[in-house]
Design a protein. Sequence first.
Length: 403
Amino acid sequence: MRTSTIVMGLMGGVALALALAAPLYIALPARYLRDWLYMTPQGGLAGMIAALAVFGGVGFASARFNPEEPVRAGTGGGVIAALIGAILVVMPAETIEACSDLIVLAGGGQIQPGILRTAAAEALVALAWLPATASLALICTGAALGAVGGVSFDLWHGDPTHPGRDVHRSPIPIVGLLCAVVLSVMVGRFGSVSATTLALLEHQPSLIEQLKLGTPAGVIVLSSALLACWSLRDAVLMYRASARLGALVWGLPALTMPLLVLAIVGLLHTPMLLSPVLWVTAVIGGICALVLVFTTSRAEEFLDRSARLLGELVGEALLAGVILVGQLLLVGGSAAIATAIIVTPYTSALITDATSLNTPPSVLVTNVFRIHWVAGGAIFALAIGWLLLRIPLWLGRSMARRR
């Protein structure tokens, strides 16, 4: 993915977050909080329409800077914009929606054990699936509308021929797979803690609720499968270029780490292995991997052995930051934030027989959004760290080639 596409996606993500702020940051919490900002329904609708237009604009602009592959560029720009919008607005808003009954009941600060116990249990179940599902829906929408924007540019540009392209191998999918292995520990622990907390709240999950509780496991398997597909694509290209060792280095993690993710999740919380959500996503990921290997082996794509430019390294660093932060929040980080800030104070009050809470719900809601904004800023911190690691290697490789 070119740096121009990544930059367009980041800029589009900020624009998308501003557009979605009206319906999701202002209008949605105002339904459950008395001391919150107000937004008319027309304003919220205008924000949603503007968000759809942003996706198309990002796809068109990404294709404008990458006319050789407009649809691919538009799709990539739309996905990055969707990830940024999900991190900054959608995930925190959906965690508020998941905890809405709890927020409303606790609006007066009074503890009503019977009602709050049910609301806290329902909030835990909703947090397991609602933020991730809404974010994945946004990402799919971004990919589709970004591709439409790319096609629009292609039709406007009037050049239907697209030559083969050279592709740099990327370490991002391998790093992402390593992070998926680490995050699978968090997913397993989250499932175990959720089950324990629901037992303390005397709530027996129904079959549908058990499916919802298995969503984090499905998301971590899906993310690791997609990263494995990316790594396999690079491995096939290296194999075609007779770089056998590189193909082995990129191929082995793609084949083994998703299985390791499954094993860790099952070891830490065995009931998640019985979730159909997990196995459906695993089958989808396996099919995608097989299709990608077959198409890559026949596509007009070739391994680019030349050294990257500095601008390309910057783009790679930004993309790595977006993927790692998005992966962290999607697989349960966002749910964990809301659980710690909103659900835990009320469940603790129930356990300790407290009669009131000192912190108003509006402050808790604000803190949820702020932590997600900090996570968005962490993208640039990770990008800087990535560059500090990659630039010395890049300089050494460039000097070796000159000799």
